[in-house]
Design a protein around this ligand. Structure first.
Ligand code: SF4
Ligand code: SF4
Ligand code: FES
Length: 258
């Protein structure tokens, strides 16, 4: 069977896909075509929804429109954090609404934003030492190793481990372990020590990127070219095009082989 990515797509089809990405996908579901239903509770109110929808599409099916709390719909942007309980289960579950399927008896609430302090710093002025973590996030010292953050992470990251690595000043481990963090905020929401794990991780990745890794030669070379004006003419031309010509060029662009 030919895989989707092996298909040669018509440029028009590509443009249509881009234009419709991010739009609700529940329009057109006919009740008569739905085989299984689930009852879910959105902020306390019950709704009957098709059982194979994600939480995100089920909420839309129930008639809500997302203004915040929804972005990529693909599990990457971290905007659709959800907290829920299941009937007869005492546990508070967490997940991304666009990646989690509804279950019968789900009590849901969306968390479009987690209130969390984000320190302002200039990594060029910081020392590559453990102190930098405690300087900006002293609450790290309160971690009680309860592992709640790891259990809350929809990305399956070892959050407690990268926090422990930060406490020890292991920048590489913080960067490696937190690499797939989508900043959804669910770990911070549940931390009894009020640590904002993802901001700690971001500081760690930035410091490691600046001081711990190798110099990115190709990037440095490209920045030098940009500064020297090597792409100015091309950029001026592109920014002067109208939408139709831009779309045409996008569809016809050269692409790297898979
Ligand atoms: S939830 Fe907070 S206190 Fe518990 S392990 Fe994670 S960072 Fe430490
Ligand atoms: S580490 Fe925290 S913010 Fe990052 S994806 Fe996991 S739960 Fe979300
Ligand atoms: S909408 Fe982006 S992760 Fe769910």
């Amino acid at each position: 069977m030919k895989r989707e990515k092996d298909k040669v797509l018509d440029p028009q089809e590509v443009m249509e896909r881009i234009a419709t990405a991010g739009k609700p996908v529940v329009a057109g579901i006919e009740e008569k075509d739905v085989k299984h239903w689930a009852t879910i509770y959105i902020m306390g109110r019950g709704y009957r929804v098709p059982a194979d929808l994600t939480i995100l599409t089920a909420i839309e099916y129930a008639g809500y429109k997302f203004i915040r709390g929804c972005g990529c719909r693909e599990g990457f942007c971290g905007a659709c954090s959800t907290v829920y309980r299941l009937e007869g289960d005492y546990k508070l579950h967490t997940g991304m609404a666009c990646q989690t399927r509804v279950e019968d008896g789900m009590y849901l609430v969306q968390i479009p934003f987690t209130p969390a302090v984000k320190a302002a710093y200039d990594i060029n002025r910081e020392e590559y030492k453990v102190n930098v973590f405690f300087k900006y996030y002293p609450e790290l010292a309160r971690c009680i190793s309860c592992n709640t953050c790891t259990k809350s992470c929809p990305q399956g990251l070892q959050v407690m481990d990268y926090i422990q690595a930060a406490i020890k000043g292991d920048f590489k481990k913080v960067a490696d372990e937190s690499f797939d963090c989508i900043q959804c905020g669910l770990c911070a929401l549940r931390c009894p020590a009020e640590i904002v794990q993802y901001n700690v991780a971001q500081l760690g990745r930035r410091m490691y990127g600046k001081y711990g890794g190798r110099e990115p030669e190709h990037l440095i070379e490209r920045i030098r070219e940009i500064d020297a004006g090597a792409f100015n003419q091309e950029m001026d031309e592109i920014t002067s095009l109208d939408r139709a010509e831009l779309e045409k060029r996008y569809a016809e662009r050269r692409r790297e082989a898979d």
